[in-house]
Design a protein around this ligand. Structure first.
Ligand code: PLP
Length: 392
């Protein structure tokens, strides 16, 4: 059997492989990127299921439009308006997770050799979705406030970039959020260069403190594909993602999706429509925030107590991740192996860079699934493994 040439670009997700290893009993995993199961609104779902059957009957089980189940597209208009993203129901497309949007974007926009500008570090799943279409990547420099606008301007000035991909709010993997003044500069830069920005926003609702920042899509609507998901605020297994894209792209995303899955699960979309339109989502978000905020604060304290001098880490106001940067002398492969051996797992940060030379002293820590005691124990273990590796 001869595989298509493009399969050479389809890497197995390093993180999924790590997750298989660390899901064994006895290991406390800060490696995952999944919501806490306690964040799922189980009791609400028990009432939503009969409500969906009552309201939509067999329609909820029938084939439906590729664009998405109309009541869900309607319901998302209000949600988007609350985020300053102006859209009509016709502008909203539903996909099977935001990963489904990323795949569609790759399919309809990327030719072999096209250049994609990404944050360094960036979300690995986007790279996985885009890479089969054989693009090259150019990295945009970041600091504690995320993308540095001057770096974006320079990248766009010196390269012919097909699209820019960013996670501006509570980024995966760093947890960083780009502040408003930088967003305004980024909007001006992408407009001036006439480039398309793919703005991926799965975490924006999970704000623990501080003021909301509007999506870049609200500042440069004609140049941004905005995408989001219900995975972190409802249940990821339902696979409900959505996007608002410029019309031409939207039309092609629909055509591409017809060939992939015809449409996203009608029943799950109907459940999501009820969840959003009934106000259950609005009520659930503060519960999720109240579940995650103390865990994140606990992680901050544990890092301050247990990591030796020379380490720094992000202090996110929301989301699911903290990013740790260590000194040059740290050998992350040794630390990772030893930490897993001793029952504490994380994701080495190098996997989130498109440049294989970058990120060797970094790690991504997730705080949503472990209990506070487990967070203390895992970070204590990681800290002592690091001390031993650095000879402290
Ligand atoms: C930045 C980012 N984009 C997209 C996704 C995919 O989410 P889903 O396909 O469940 O909507 C994730 C999941 O972790 C993510 O972190």
């Amino acid at each position: 059997m001869d595989l298509a040439g493009r399969t050479a670009n389809m890497n197995v997700s390093a993180i999924r492989e790590i997750l298989k290893v660390v899901s064994r009993p006895g290991v406390i995993s800060l490696a995952g990127g999944i919501p806490a199961p306690e964040s799922f609104p189980m009791a609400t779902i028990e009432t939503l299921v009969p409500a969906v059957l009552e309201r939509y009957g067999s329609k909820a089980l029938q084939y439906d439009l590729t664009e998405g189940f109309p009541p869900l597209r309607e319901a998302l208009v209000g949600l988007l308006a609350g985020r300053n993203v102006a859209a009509t129901a016709d502008d909203v497309l539903i996909a099977s997770g935001s990963q489904g949007v990323l795949d569609g974007i790759g399919k309809v926009l990327i030719d072999p050799g096209d250049l994609i500008a990404v944050e360094a570090p960036t979300y690995l799943g986007a790279i996985q979705a885009f890479s089969p279409y054989q693009p090259s990547y150019v990295e945009i420099a970041t600091d504690d406030d995320g993308v540095i606008p001057e770096s974006l301007d320079e990248v766009l000035t010196h390269n012919s970039v097909k699209l820019v991909y960013m996670v501006p709010t509570f980024q995966n993997p760093t947890g960083r959020t780009i502040p408003l003044d930088r967003r305004e500069r980024i909007a001006e830069i992408i407009e001036r260069h006439g480039v398309l920005l793919v703005e991926d926003d799965p975490y924006g609702e999970l704000r623990f403190r501080g003021e909301r920042v509007p999506p870049i899509a609200s500042l440069a609507p004609d140049h941004v594909v905005y995408m989001s998901t219900l995975s972190k605020v409802f249940a990821p297994g339902l696979r409900i993602g959505f996007t608002v894209a410029p019309k031409k792209l939207r039309d092609w995303l629909v055509i591409a999706k017809q060939g992939v899955d015809l449409h996203t699960s009608t029943f799950n979309q109907a459940l999501a429509a009820e969840y959003v339109s009934s106000g259950a989502l609005r009520d659930q978000v503060p519960r999720i925030v109240n579940l995650y905020r103390p865990k994140q604060e606990h992680m901050m304290r544990a890092l301050a107590e247990d990591l030796p001098e020379g380490f720094r880490w992000s202090r996110p106001d929301g989301g699911m991740f903290v990013w740790v940067e260590g000194p040059d002398a740290m050998d992350i492969d040794v630390v990772y192996k030893e930490a897993v051996e001793r029952g504490a797992a994380f994701v080495p940060g190098k996997y989130f860079f498109t440049n294989p030379d970058r990120g060797h002293q970094t790690m991504r820590l997730n705080f949503t699934t472990a209990t506070p005691d487990q967070l203390s124990e895992a970070i204590g273990t990681i800290g002592s493994v690091i001390e031993a590796q650095l000879g402290l």
